[in-house]
Design a protein around this ligand. Structure first.
Ligand code: FES
Length: 70
C-alpha cells in the first residue's frame, strides 16, 4: 500500500528502511523522502514506525489505510 503518494513510498519500503536501521521520521525522510512534499503521509509513516518499535518489525501490523490521507 502506498503511504507517500508524492514520493511513491509503500509500507514495505518503510518496513525495509526500519529493518536497515531507520528509527525516526527524520531517518525515513532522509532515506525515502517520506513527508518531504505535501507532508500528508507523516502521520501514517510515524504510526508504522511506532508500531515497529513497540511490537518489533517481525510482528508489524498492516497500517491502517484510513490514516494514509486522513
Ligand atoms: S504524500 Fe508524502 S509528502 Fe506528500
Amino acid at each position: 500500500m502506498y503511504i507517500c503518494i508524492c514520493n511513491a513510498v509503500t509500507d514495505k519500503d518503510i518496513q525495509c528502511a526500519i529493518k536497515k536501521g531507520a528509527c525516526s521520521l527524520n531517518d525515513l525522510s532522509k532515506q525515502l523522502k517520506v513527508g518531504t512534499c505535501c507532508g500528508r503521509c507523516k502521520t501514517c509513516a510515524k504510526k508504522i514506525l511506532n508500531q515497529s518499535q513497540t511490537l518489533g518489525i517481525q510482528t508489524l501490523a498492516t497500517p491502517d489505510p484510513t490514516l494514509a490521507f486522513a
